[in-house]
Write a protein of this length. Structure first.
Lengths: 399, 399
């Protein structure tokens, strides 16, 4: 068995936590000085365990294992959301480092900007060949609008080549991540073996009514966009439950009325609506249902209502062999204390899965807290996850 | 019959329109230099027609008729909403001036800040004794926060006494105003005799749920504030129609989700909801219904929902005698081209009605446009309204 060093693994996590420390969490947005320091720190650690470390032109850090034979890719990301947690991303990268330190034939990767400060999974999508130079030209910071090119230049990354993953080099990709939910905690479990990453489809629903004075306009005359928007959401609330699977989720997180004034009938409403499921078939069914609901309210109401798909990502199922390896390891290390489960959040693994087998392991999030500095996981659960991951990697590499 | 001069009336309206002109409308927010210039312009016009003009410590302009005997108070306001119409308010004030010019025993009034830049009907409420010095101390501009005291000082009003209306001096108050709706236009009518001004009750509904990641949180775990808010609005939409009168209106013009992000379950929702009716009994019934709806969703849903009344105004019915005078005049001047109707908007007349008889007359708004520079009314309708108002005033004063 691989000689895993959990003490050193926890020490690495705590050392990385110091870079950009914020309360009990960290603040390391992509390409900031603290983020770049953490990438250089990671390269030093990779070299200490014998990996050939390289940072590429978009900030990805890849540590290559020197030996021949079958290899695994293990990792995640190390930048964070603003004032966020110490484990989100870092856990998966430093778990990979711990496996490499134990002598397992793994390359370790830290994908850049998983957290989307400048784009959507720029690092992992770049490594599978999905990010064009034109996309980089057009990208900018999601809050302050700083061009990505400028950020890359300031980070010293301009002119560096962008690395591509060679699927022939790997048996697959493993990512350990915090759950970012309360499924495991609520079930009293210590580990989750991911069956797949859900797909997302999200939509903009626009209602056009007529802005009017609330006093001077009778109910019969009104074209109240807020009312029509509410009717769409009501039909979704009423009908979606009959057409979903057990773990489907659907959400309207954003509603914007115009002018959104207490004494003015809304002339326009915009909603962003999304659903997530592990099955493309379920998502096809729901998209058709959404269109029927919008068409029905559009026909009945005096407002005009349209829906457009803003984006989507396909579900990614875990590779059966890698998944089975994690399941066997979980049974051995934590029998009765783990469960199979889908990932409701998107991860780099979803993109890597387009070119090689993928599997993921979840460790509980205390109170489900995520993207907040208070994010945390019990040390014994972190160590358990590391052992499960190492066992599964060893099993895969030994076949 | 009084010797009404419609040409001079229209000329006055067009002259006043030049002060703070904006496109085809005007921009004269309360206490701005343009607003103060318009008040001084009005005092000059009042003096020309023999009125004793005075501006008071909150900006009200009152032109007193010199003779004895029965008198009427006629007027409205002359400041405007931002980039708003040329007739809203100005019409009622300059109609009063036209009546005085024709020799009718009227005092003319322009109440300050009807449009609420600094408060709620500051001028008319001050003239009936409802505005304390403490309220003035606390008031500030609704957008930039400038203290009312500072605005009064800069406008040169500091230290002036505030005028009070003496109900014993008047047979009543007449206000001519644009409709600010499309009732008259849609019915093909040219004038509306107001039966009363509706009351308003408005409420803040607060939903407290739990902010969560849309991917990691199952439907069974969620406390989605947007869903609970929608359920409240749905029940209002479903049940209010069974409990209202013909002209009741109810509106949710403002919805604010927190954090209002596409991929985050809303942790909080705030709605401003209001209804208006001419009958206190109807409003009592609706307020009780609203509380039942909120209590029902609060009980059924996992979110916590509360409602609080933010404000209200009581309905004000037109005085039967003054109203009958306007009806008779409308029959004579525009038989078959007028209707009785409630005012869905609030006007200074609602406050003046607390101390003396009140009646109002509406003239059509083209396309119902209000609080926008494109607001307009046909000249022949303006002149018709002036004649109806003059006939009614003459009838009242001759009794």
């Amino acid at each position: 068995m691989a000689d895993i060093d959990p003490t050193r693994f926890l020490a690495d996590l705590n050392a990385l936590r110091k870079i950009g420390e914020f309360k009990t969490g960290v603040h390391r947005p992509t390409y900031t000085p603290d983020d770049m320091e953490s990438r250089r720190w990671l390269m030093d650690r990779m070299r200490e365990v014998g990996l050939d470390a390289e940072m590429d032109g978009i900030g990805n850090v890849l540590g290559r294992h020197a030996g021949g034979g079958p290899r695994l890719l293990v990792g995640s990301h190390i930048e964070t959301q603003n004032e966020a947690g110490w484990l989100d991303g870092a856990l998966g990268v430093l778990a990979g480092l711990a496996l490499a330190r134990a002598g397992l034939a793994v390359d370790v990767v830290a994908f850049a900007d998983e957290e989307g400060h400048y784009g959507s999974f720029l690092g992992s999508r770049s490594m599978i060949g999905e990010v064009s130079e034109a996309e980089i030209d057009a990208a900018a910071h999601n809050q302050d609008g700083k061009p990505l090119r400028q950020a890359l230049r300031e980070a010293g990354l301009e002119g560096l080549p962008r690395l591509r993953l060679d699927p022939a080099r790997y048996r697959g990709f493993l990512e350990l991540h915090i759950e970012q939910g309360t499924q495991l905690e609520n079930a009293g479990l210590r580990s989750g073996v991911v069956t797949g990453i859900v797909g997302i489809r999200y939509f903009r629903i626009i209602v056009v009514g007529q802005q009017d004075h609330t006093g001077g306009t009778t109910m019969a005359e009104r074209k109240d966009a807020a009312v029509a928007a509410m009717r769409v959401l009501h039909l979704i609330d009423e009908r979606f439950p009959m057409h979903v699977d057990e773990r489907t989720v659907w959400t309207c997180g954003r509603i914007v009325l115009e002018p959104n004034a207490p004494h003015v009938i809304a002339g326009r409403a915009e909603m962003i609506f999304q659903f997530r499921d592990i099955s493309e078939a379920v998502m096809e069914r729901l998209e058709a249902l959404l269109h029927r609901i919008v068409a029905e309210v559009d026909r009945r109401d005096r407002c005009s209502i349209t829906v457009e798909r803003l984006g989507h990502s396909a579900p990614a199922l875990a590779d059966p062999v890698l998944h089975a390896g994690l399941v066997e390891a979980a049974k051995k290390r934590a029998n009765g204390q783990w469960q199979p489960m889908p990932s409701g959040a998107i991860h780099d693994a979803q993109h890597v899965a387009k070119i090689m087998p993928m599997a993921m392991l979840f460790t509980p999030s205390i109170g489900g807290i995520s993207h907040h500095w208070a994010e945390d996981t019990k040390e014994e659960d972190l160590v358990l996850a590391l052992h499960i991951l190492a066992d599964a990697a060893e099993d895969c590499l030994s076949r």
